[in-house]
Design a binder for this molecule. Structure first.
Ligand code: GLA
Length: 380
């Protein structure tokens, strides 16, 4: 554990005193079950050993001061009575400000504090830095105000904050993954009844993230448009959500749905089925089946859901050629990372090779690294 932690050192450098509390949140990666959480589907994320830390201490003024190591400069300040979303260069703070506003709205007495954020979780890379920022803020508020929430309640407050302050109508997957993570396990989450089933992950496989370097911005409206498409498709089929749809029902409605809504609905329905099958294949150690399902998930996200991009498609193609057990884009899409299942003894070679072959083909340097499934967010 790094309680010597860079965040404690930065806190005293920035604010000239000691921090009282440090919260740490992992990021998350999703194995399969993409763009189905907001349609009450099944997802299979795990928390990863890349983190955001928040070191904080109370102040007597009724305001918030936050400083981020990736931004630098002077701390951002906002009065607790005037909490509002920011735009432009300050928009990164919305994940923090939104959570504070949500806790205040839920009746928690939030007093002034100053905080610094730091860590090694890349931002905008599809590893859910947003949910990590939200969760460390929530933990700090809970710790300073003495109001402990359950990880489920905390996840819901963080999701509400993202809706209200970041303008992304996200599902609950990321917040659940970073708050409920269990070392060595993925979480199969049924977003309809919010049951979480930990599934042991095979120790002989490594999870390699390959970062396309394309920064995704889900707030630009594409994410919201996909969600709206699903809602229209469900309602045209006479359903509340696409979770209830069988493929035969979607097929039967093809003409009335029209091409775009038909393909969106087909993605959600087939992806839900793939998650279930993936859980069985994990349990039975069916490697080839894991790979087949990940390939089908990627193709569906690329062709039916249209949330991939050239860089991610090239990475998936190269990983397949190099011999990954499974590979696909992960997270919201439009950039970010691919997740690759690779035999542990080949992971280092795989990381090397994919970076070299990608650079040759696309003329762009990229980064590949392994992640391990870890426990969820906590106060250190
Ligand atoms: C983002 C959202 C999640 C989920 C994924 C796609 O990460 O925050 O709720 O919808 O995209 O699976």
């Amino acid at each position: 554990m790094f309680l010597s932690t860079p965040s404690l050192r930065s806190f005293s450098e920035v604010f000239g005193r000691e921090a009282l509390v440090v919260a740490r949140s992992p990021g998350r990666v999703n194995l399969i079950g993409e763009h189905v959480d907001y349609q009450m589907g099944r997802v299979m994320p795990f928390a990863v050993d890349r983190y955001i830390d928040c070191a904080a201490a109370p102040i007597s003024e009724p305001e918030i001061r936050i400083w981020s190591s990736s931004i630098g400069g002077a701390p951002l300040r906002m009065a607790l009575s005037e909490l509002r979303p920011l735009d432009g260069d300050d928009a990164w703070a919305n994940y923090v400000l939104g959570v504070i506003a949500e806790y205040v709205r839920s009746g928690v007495e939030v007093a002034g504090f100053e905080a610094i954020l730091s860590g090694d979780l890349p931002l905008g890379a599809g590893l859910s830095s947003s949910a990590a920022l939200e969760s460390v803020t929530a933990l700090v508020i809970e710790s300073l105000s003495g109001c402990a929430k359950s990880p489920m309640e905390r996840s819901k407050l963080c999701q509400a904050a993202e809706h209200a302050f970041a303008g992304v109508p996200c599902g609950l997957m990321d917040q659940l993954a970073v708050n409920h993570g269990r070392a060595g396990h993925a979480l199969m989450i049924d977003c309809r009844d919010l049951t979480l089933t930990p599934l042991p992950l095979p120790a002989e496989l490594s999870f390699v993230m390959v970062n396309s370097g394309v920064r995704h911005a889900l707030a630009d409206g594409e994410y919201a448009r996909r969600k709206a498409d699903c809602e229209s498709a469900a309602s045209m089929l006479g359903l509340t959500t696409l979770r209830e749809a069988e493929l035969s029902v979607v097929d039967a409605g093809r003409e009335s749905l029209g091409d775009r809504l038909y393909r969106r609905a087909r993605h959600v329905v087939t992806e839900n089925a793939r998650v279930e099958r993936f859980a069985e294949a994990l349990k039975n150690g069916e490697r080839a089946e894991l790979g087949r399902l990940m390939a089908a998930s990627h193709a569906s996200l690329r062709d039916d859901y249209e949330v991939s991009c050239t860089e991610l498609d090239v990475l998936v193609e190269l990983a397949t050629d190099i011999g990954a057990v499974g590979t696909r884009m992960t997270g919201g899409g439009f950039g970010g990372c691919t997740i690759n299942l690779v035999p542990r003894e080949q992971a280092a070679t795989f990381c090397n090779e994919i970076c070299i072959t990608y650079q040759k083909r696309q003329g762009q340097a990229i980064e590949a690294f392994t992640v391990e499934p870890v426990d969820g967010a906590a106060i250190l």
